[in-house]
Structures are given as structure tokens and as C-alpha cells.
Design a protein. Structure first.
Length: 350
């Protein structure tokens, strides 16, 4: 009874706690928060100074004892207390309008496939401590598939590849469950590292992560582009110690990314090899669906399609699919509860 009353006054929320970006969806309102998963911490006192956008702005501009950390590594909680503070910040921010209440919402959170019991407990406990009344978990590729409006509850096979910042997750979904999944710790962040490494090896140029990401998004590709592209890459020459600018081409960057891109493609191929033949027949008809920010790398869909011989496309709005899908699960809990991950937290405490 009390629970029913509570669900009227506090709005349920869905959270995609990504390695790179976190998104929050409020039932009935849609996506209300999109912020980088960054927390600025004072190392001397352990105090959290800023979260999200604010914290990202501080990166590289603060005294050495203030560090910007990412509380999640490969989508899994690596720093429990910081994750809890970040969740509390999101929950409170999402409920800003209702300052006169102390809302304890039901919260659904996306987690990578195959998280361990310990990892599940860490996320649930952090959300509980941050103010959630009930915590549900949903696997990210499942949420992405629901967000893409694939028929996850039907018998046909759905093949989804979520390429985020920290992980690439491949999942085959049928009858509301994940039939097979693979997780690889190579995704968007690794591609940035590849560009940093390339600049160092090739030109003795030290570049920052933001520069690397801008180059990746600007001219990075997995498959030859129709038109040649170039961008200046700015950094510090490691020999002279002086600033330097070097013009790099899409071809240079494609070469820098080649190894990691190949690992992603191989992971997809391995999943295809392991897919039961009946489901594979469905997948050949329905195609491979890509989600996550990493899937936006130019030509990656073309390369995957060429290598697997299965039609491949990026779903609409790939970076918000997980949180939208999780939100849809919240809105239709009766119908979709079978897609939730089993936890001991499905019921509120007595
Ligand atoms: N246009 C683009 N081209 C290439 N990469 C992109 C583009 N836009 C975003 N990205 C990359 O997408 C990644 C972030 O994607 P996303 O927000 O889906 O990750 P996440 O959900 O936070 O991570 P994870 O799911 O691994 O925990 C970053 O590495 C970013 O550089
Ligand atoms: Mg993600």
C-alpha cells in the first residue's frame, strides 16, 4: 500500500551508467540528463568536488591533488563510493522539481552482460544508498534492443552489437532472453588510445585524450572514405618539448585504428559462428543492429557487413538506445519483467 502511494509521488527513473556517458530517463518525461561519467575528487580529503559536465571541464585545469576519475571501468563499478555519489547526484537532479518531497524512486539500471553477483550487488547497493526504493537491472544489449524497438519477446533472433566507450557487447536475443553474449574490452576509448599511441610512435608527438577523440570523430574510419580527409593534430613534440602541429589523413588514422577495429569484427564473427543455425537464419534476414557511440565510427557498419555478409545498420539515435529501452521496461514492467536480471533486490524490503 505504502509502495503504491510512493510510486505516485516519486517518478521512476532509468539510468544508463556508461563508462563514457551517463543518461537518465524519467518515466513520463523522457531523457532529462546526459552527462559524462566523470567525477572530480580532492585526493587529499576524498571529497567529491564536481560531477558530470562540471567535472569534465576541470580535467587538466586543476592542481595535481584534484583528480578526475571515472567511477566505472568497462561499465562495471570500480569505485563504489564515487559511483554512489554520482547516482545520488543523478537521482536528485532528475527530481529537482519536487523539492518539497523526499522521493525514493524505483530505479532501473543498465549493466553489461554477464556481470558477476558481486558486481550486481555493488550497483544495487550504490543505487539503494543513493536513494532508490527498488532497484531493477537490465542487460545493456537487451535495453538497447528494446530501445531500438526490436521484437525481443518473439522467437526470431535479434543480433545486437553495442559499442560503447569501454566495452563492445555482442548479444543474440530471442524470446525475451539473451541466448548468447560476448563482451570485449575494446571500444571507443581504446580507439582514442590507439590514436595517442600512433602520434607518439609516428611523430614523437604527445597529444591529449580530447584531441585524440576529436580526430577520431572528425576523420576516423574503419573503411576507406569516399573523399580524402585531413585534420591538424596538435600536441607537444617529445624531443624538442615544443608545441607542434601535424597534418594527419583519414588513411593514417584508419591504420592506427585497424588492429582494434579488427578485434571488434572478430568478436562479432565468433558470435555468429556460435549462433544456433535456426537463429542465424533469422539474423540473416533481420540483420545486425549496431548501438552505442562507438558504432558511429565512419564505415564501421560497412566493414562489418562486408566481413560477415549480413546486412548491418546503426539503429536510430544509437547513444540513447540503452536508456530509452530501460525506460520502456519501466513503463511496461508487467509485460517486460522477464527481461530483468535476477537480483535479490526485486522487492522492496519489508
Ligand atoms: N561520431 C563518432 N565517431 C566515433 N566514435 C564516437 C562518435 N561519437 C561518439 N563516439 C565514441 O563513443 C563512445 C561513447 O559511447 P557511449 O556513450 O555509447 O559509451 P558508454 O555507454 O558510456 O560506454 P559503455 O557502454 O562501454 O560503458 C566514446 O568513446 C566516443 O568517443
Ligand atoms: Mg553503453
Amino acid at each position: 500500500m505504502l509502495n503504491k502511494l510512493l510510486s505516485y509521488i516519486s517518478e521512476d527513473i532509468a539510468i544508463d551508467l556508461g563508462t563514457a556517458n551517463s543518461l537518465v530517463y524519467v518515466r513520463g518525461r523522457g531523457i532529462v540528463i546526459t552527462e559524462p561519467s566523470v567525477v572530480a575528487v580532492n585526493k587529499k580529503t576524498g571529497q567529491v568536488l564536481a560531477i558530470g559536465q562540471e567535472a569534465k571541464k576541470m580535467v587538466g585545469r586543476t592542481p595535481a591533488y584534484i583528480v578526475a576519475t571515472r567511477p566505472l571501468v568497462s561499465g562495471v563499478v570500480s569505485d563504489f563510493e564515487v559511483t554512489e555519489q554520482m547516482l545520488r547526484y543523478f537521482i536528485e537532479k532528475a527530481h529537482k522539481r519536487k523539492f518539497f518531497l523526499n522521493p525514493r524512486p524505483r530505479v532501473i539500471i543498465g549493466v553489461p552482460c554477464g556481470v558477476t553477483e558481486v558486481e550486481k550487488k555493488a550497483v544495487c547497493d550504490a543505487a539503494r544508498n543513493a536513494g532508490a526504493r527498488v532497484v531493477f537491472l537490465v542487460e545493456e544489449p537487451m535495453a538497447a534492443a528494446i530501445g531500438a524497438r526490436l521484437a525481443v519477446q518473439e522467437a526470431g533472433g535479434n543480433f545486437i552489437v553495442d559499442i560503447g566507450g569501454g566495452t563492445t557487447e555482442v548479444a543474440i536475443i530471442s524470446l525475451g532472453g539473451i541466448v548468447l553474449s560476448k563482451s570485449l574490452k575494446v571500444a571507443g576509448d581504446k580507439l582514442n588510445e590507439d590514436i595517442i599511441q600512433f602520434a607518439q610512435d609516428e611523430y614523437r608527438l604527445l597529444i591529449g585524450e580530447r584531441t585524440a577523440e576529436a580526430i577520431k570523430i572528425g576523420i576516423g574510419s574503419a573503411y576507406p572514405l569516399k573523399e580524402k580527409r585531413q585534420l591538424p593534430m596538435r600536441g607537444r613534440n617529445l624531443v624538442t618539448g615544443l608545441p607542434e602541429e601535424i597534418l594527419v589523413s583519414d588513411e593514417d588514422i584508419r591504420r592506427a585504428l585497424e588492429k582494434s577495429v579488427k578485434q571488434i569484427v572478430t568478436e562479432i564473427k565468433t558470435a555468429i559462428e556460435e549462433t544456433p543455425p535456426e537463429l542465424l537464419a533469422d539474423v540473416m534476414a533481420s540483420g545486425i543492429q549496431l548501438s552505442g557511440g562507438g558504432s558511429l565510427l565512419k564505415g564501421l557498419d560497412t566493414l562489418i557487413q562486408k566481413e560477415t555478409k549480413i546486412p548491418t545498420k546503426i539503429i536510430e539515435d544509437p547513444m540513447t538506445a540503452v536508456v530509452r529501452g530501460a525506460g520502456m521496461v519501466l513503463e511496461n514492467l508487467d509485460e517486460l519483467n522477464e527481461v530483468l536480471v535476477e537480483t535479490e533486490y526485486l522487492e522492496p524490503p519489508k
